[in-house]
Design a protein. Structure first.
Length: 368
């Protein structure tokens, strides 16, 4: 059964502080102890809690740390077919975003304990971003507040059918997340089952993340974000630090192997084998409406995209990656995790929100 928004909010508070008393939960929720007890009973009945000791299912006790971009999203959408080189009537919306931040929120909505390490400005946009992210159940104590740079922004222009036309990412604040700044936040990595990284990290910081993860025997996954940012992984690979998994599209895959890659299955498999030879266990190549391809050193499998009525494609990839990790934490095979991820993507592109507010494990499971 699906959780109500109030139940999701309470569950997020319990994940953050599982030893909280009913009175403390009521205070933070802006409710009463009696109401909290009713919500707890419903969470137990729906399987989100194992008992009144606020015991979480095993998969929810495993923590994920996301180290990547956090910014404010500005999405403009034309009212009709887009006409280039001129002004188009349309609408604009503002929302919290960023690849790493979006992945973290999706994980929280899927019931995973998650911490975010990122960088934002010490400004009004940064205040909004952290406040709204924390409300979803993400631990934001590891986010750096910079006085030298403004909070990052991502401006996307969509056509009237919700397809992305062009986007501009102003993410200079992420340069503040240096290896030294990461070292100061090393305690946040303790006990993590997975670390998710994205291409918004400076190359030397990304290398340091993979080094620390290897020392602590924590699995890592790298989301390239874009073709130019995909190459930020190369210094780490050259130094012998490989993530457990990468999630490129075909163009990003080409950037990772340093040569052109055709969109055929055979060409993608050949490129993936080059990455396997460098220590990457899973290469998950995502191809939008064409589905995805999952490569391991010994197997290669194609997966179709789930049918969906497109409202807005923004954020679908972030939901996919979060669902993939959530499924792996549930001890599903990588192939099963990919199928779960495609269902999450279908739900997301049918929503006008970058992160679907009612996303849940139950909703994704029902969509499979």
């Amino acid at each position: 059964m699906k959780l109500t928004p109030r139940e999701q909010e309470l569950l997020a508070l319990i994940r953050q502080a599982p030893l909280s008393s009913p009175e403390e939960l009521a205070r933070r929720l802006g409710s009463t102890r009696a109401a909290v007890n009713v919500h707890v009973s419903n969470l137990i009945r729906k399987g989100a809690l194992l008992g009144r000791g606020y015991l979480l299912p095993a998969s929810q006790q495993q923590r994920v740390v996301v180290i990547g971009g956090a910014n404010m999203d500005f999405k403009s959408r034309t009212l009709g077919a887009a006409i280039p080189t001129t002004s188009n009537p349309g609408t604009t919306q503002q929302a919290v975003g960023g690849v790493g931040r979006n992945i973290a929120e999706n994980l929280a909505r899927l019931g995973i304990s998650v911490s975010l390490i990122s960088a934002v400005g010490r400004d009004a946009l940064g205040d909004i971003l952290l406040s709204e992210t924390e409300k979803t159940g993400v631990d934001v104590r590891g986010v750096l507040r910079s006085t030298n740079a403004s909070t990052g922004t991502y401006t996307a222009v969509l056509d009237h059918e919700g397809e992305l036309l062009v986007a501009v990412a102003a993410m200079g604040v992420m340069d503040e997340l240096t290896p030294a700044a990461l070292q100061e936040r090393r305690a946040h990595l303790s006990g993590a089952a997975w670390i998710v990284t994205d291409g918004n990290l400076p190359a030397d910081t990304l290398s340091r993340v993979l080094d620390l993860a290897a020392q602590a025997d924590i699995k890592t996954i790298f989301e390239p974000v874009s073709v130019p940012k995909a190459t930020r992984l190369l210094p780490a690979l050259n130094a012998g630090f490989s993530p457990h998994a990468v999630t490129p599209n075909v163009d990003e895959l080409a950037a990772l192997v340093g040569r052109e890659v055709e969109g055929t299955d055979a060409a993608i498999r050949a490129a993936a084998l080059e990455l396997h030879a460098r220590g990457i266990e899973l290469v998950w190549v995502r191809r939008g409406q064409q589905g995805s391809l999952l490569s391991t050193p010994t197997a290669f499998q194609s997966f179709p995209a789930r049918p969906a009525q497109v409202v807005d494609v923004t954020g679908a990839g972030d939901a996919m990656l979060a669902a993939f990790i959530a499924a792996l934490l549930d001890d599903r095979t990588p192939a099963q995790a990919v199928q779960f991820a495609h269902a999450a993507a279908a739900l997301t592109i049918e929503s006008p929100f970058t992160v679907r507010p009612d996303l849940s494990r139950q909703a994704v499971q029902e969509r499979q």
